[in-house]
Design a protein around this ligand. Structure first.
Ligand code: COA
Length: 363
């Protein structure tokens, strides 16, 4: 297979988690639900929540500052700023303008927001990569950010899956990871998860969103396999990262992938345990962070990876669009400097109780 390898990719990485969290068992007690439903039934553990003065903008800017500090380039070396999000602050003004304000970025730079539910961050990354590969960048780098605050209406069945986080990349050389130019997309129009104009919270058709997510998984991985046995193709990858609405949904999609490829349940479970689960470690602390969810997982498995290790990253956004990317760890992956972002934010954040959560949500 021609992977379209280049020396382009992620040159630097930063993450930002908000300052508060709620344990889903406390939410279960508040809502009168068996906690096992949230922990075992959905695989959820913690919901990251914004505190006073925090928002999708401050998370995005926080992650970006960390990625930029590690990069070593100057803001003048950036020619593109793209923020993928579904937590729009305005129907016209792009989130990138709010973030540029925080970062003090202005001048000879293209700045915009991408929206495609949870797939928006991946689209931003792809555009930056293809902009670099096309020669249009004139040697400049891109700052790409995936940032979201995922909140459902109080008491919505999706409430235990809430969360927040931001991941930022400098897209330039492949010091952290090369991203293959060839990728595998699949899209179909559907109303599985959407937020009508003027409404604060999403509407979800849970069973349909699972069906769409499973179909997208099967179709993207079928293209990756390109007629070869998928298990053999996946053997070359150290980890297979998924968009994580909640961990059980990922498990269901992997089981479906196994069924579609005629694997025994044992083979599928082994793949899930060894290559999929480890990528969800940090997602357990953030909950769903929409555009940032997949990239939180990719950041997790890249941290500490040997140079040359291969990774697959499956992105899904309701509506629906999906894309499977392949990456190769670069020389800076082993050190995994961005682990410090997560360690610092987890160590300094505050666990809130159910009463505080209730006051925060108003119901
Ligand atoms: N102990 C253990 N497991 C339990 C349980 C208990 N006491 N009570 C329920 N469960 C299990 C159920 O069996 C079910 O597991 P299964 O799916 O493997 O059968 C799971 O918990 C969820 O229960 P369910 O009744 O289906 O939950 P729900 O109707 O409250 O729906 C969501 C909750 C989160 C599944 C639904 O709201 C949803 O799909 N939301 C969003 C999807 C999404 O994020 N899509 C966006 C983009 S992809």
């Amino acid at each position: 297979m021609n992977t379209g390898s280049t020396n382009l990719g992620i040159a630097s990485l930063g993450l930002k988690l908000p300052s508060r969290y709620l344990d889903v068992r406390d939410l279960a007690a508040l809502r009168g639900v068996d906690p096992d439903k949230f922990t075992k039934g959905l695989g959820c553990h913690e919901i990251a929540l914004c505190g006073e003065g925090e928002s999708v903008v401050t998370l995005a800017a926080g992650a970006a500052k960390r990625a930029l500090a590690r990069w070593g380039g100057s803001p003048r070396d950036l020619g593109l700023l793209v923020v993928g999000t579904e937590t729009a602050q305005d129907m016209s003004r792009p989130l990138s303008a709010f973030v540029a304000d925080e970062l003090g970025l202005r001048g000879a730079i293209r700045s915009y927001e991408t929206k495609h539910a949870c797939y928006g961050g991946t689209v931003a990354l792809r555009q930056a990569l293809e902009w670099k590969a096309s020669g249009a960048s004139r040697g400049k780098a891109a700052l790409v950010i995936a940032s979201d605050v995922a909140l459902y209406a109080p008491k919505d069945p999706g409430e235990p899956t809430q969360g927040a986080a931001a991941v930022a990349f400098v897209v330039d050389d492949a010091s952290v990871a090369a991203v293959d130019l060839e990728s595998f997309a699949w899209a179909e129009p559907a109303f599985d998860f959407w937020r009508p104009v003027g409404e604060s919270f999403p509407r979800v058709d849970g069973p349909l969103s699972l069906e769409c997510y499973e179909k997208a998984t099967t179709e993207c991985f079928r293209q990756l396999a390109d007629g070869k046995p998928l298990d053999e193709v996946l053997a070359a990858f150290s980890a297979v990262c998924f968009h994580v609405p909640f961990p059980k949904m990922v498990k269901k999609a992997v089981m479906k992938l196994g069924e579609a490829n005629g694997w025994s349940e044992g083979v599928t479970s082994a793949l899930f345990e060894s290559k999929v689960m480890p990528a969800m470690d940090w997602n357990r602390h953030t909950g769903n962070s929409y555009t940032a969810a997949l990239w939180t997982g990719v950041a997790k498995v890249l941290a500490g990876a040997e140079q040359g290790a291969r990774f697959a990253a499956f992105s899904y956004g309701s509506g629906f669009g999906s894309e499977l990317l392949t990456l190769t760890a670069g020389p800076k992956a082993k050190e995994g400097a961005w682990k410090a972002d997560v360690a610092q934010d987890l160590a300094s954040r505050t666990r809130i109780d159910a009463e505080t959560y209730l006051a925060y949500r108003g119901a």
